[in-house]
Design a protein around this ligand. Structure first.
Ligand SMILES: Nc1ncnc2c1ncn2[C@@H]1O[C@H](COP(=O)(O)OP(=O)(O)OP(=O)(O)O)[C@@H](O)[C@H]1O
Length: 232
């Protein structure tokens, strides 16, 4: 197994409240992995730790064998839950920003994707709808040649037709050395592209399995399994 992301005994609390509890997780290279769980289960917290923007309290976390830090940030492309561009920036400014900031950014790839989504490079961010802003940010994140893509709720505000385009974009823009880690509540949309799923609840792994194995063992979709496992 070619492990790309590894967490051992990972713990994270906010104040005295534990949110990630002794979490062990190994994610392989070349996979699309869904981190799925109910609200407040710790998905965003885990993604932020992997992105290097939140510190852990205990345990070990490595990406490509390196502890989280400057070196891992170079190989991780992170899409946060919320868009962060300044409202007065134009789309072309965001492209320049990524090109200046990341050596692995492929401008031609970003421009081509924006064109096929009919997003003008001259539009100001504040003029775009929420869903279109999300698309711009996802295009930029997927236009890096990273080893790990961390996509936190990548399609929350995007209409169903655009979701398919975005999933296709994700599939065609990562290579066999990279992995894509997605958190989402839109399971039925996303499950067709997933290789593995990690179910998480209260900061603990419920299980981590190959999607084909789940379908064979349970004869049900990931969406149905989620509803069964996490029924309120
Ligand atoms: N900055 C913070 N300070 C205190 N508590 C926080 C903070 N951020 C998150 N939490 C708490 O940590 C827990 C896990 O939150 P997290 O955002 O990681 O969950 P999630 O699985 O991504 O949830 P959702 O599906 O609703 O996005 C929640 O109980 C949340 O209230």
């Amino acid at each position: 197994m070619d492990v790309l992301v590894e967490c051992k005994g990972l713990k994270k609390s906010y104040g005295k409240i534990p949110v990630i509890k002794e979490l062990d997780l190994s994610l392989e290279r070349g996979r699309i992995i869904g981190i799925l769980g109910p609200n407040g289960s710790g998905k965003t917290t885990l993604i932020k730790i992997l992105a290097g923007i939140l510190n852990k309290n205990a345990g070990e976390v490595t990406i490509s064998g390196k502890s989280i830090g400057i070196e891992t940030k170079k190989i991780v492309s992170y899409l946060p839950e919320r868009t962060y561009f300044s409202p007065n920036m134009r789309v072309k400014d965001t492209i320049n920003f990524f090109a200046d900031f990341y050596e692995d950014f492929r401008r031609d790839r970003a421009e081509q994707m924006l064109e096929s989504l009919n997003i003008s490079k001259n539009s100001k961010i504040k003029q775009l709808s929420k869903g279109t802003r999300e698309k711009v940010q996802l295009v930029l994140v997927m236009s890096r040649e990273a080893e790990v893509y961390l996509l936190d709720e990548p399609m929350g505000g995007v209409d169903p037709a655009a979701r398919d385009y975005i999933l296709k974009t994700i599939l065609t823009n990562y290579n066999e050395n990279a992995s894509v880690i997605i958190t989402t509540h839109l399971i039925s949309d996303v499950e067709k592209v997933l290789d593995d799923v990690v179910f998480i609840k209260n900061g603990e792994i419920v299980f981590h399995k190959d999607v084909d194995v789940i379908r064979e063992e349970k004869n049900m979709s990931i969406d149905s399994l989620f509803r069964e496992v996490f029924a309120c």
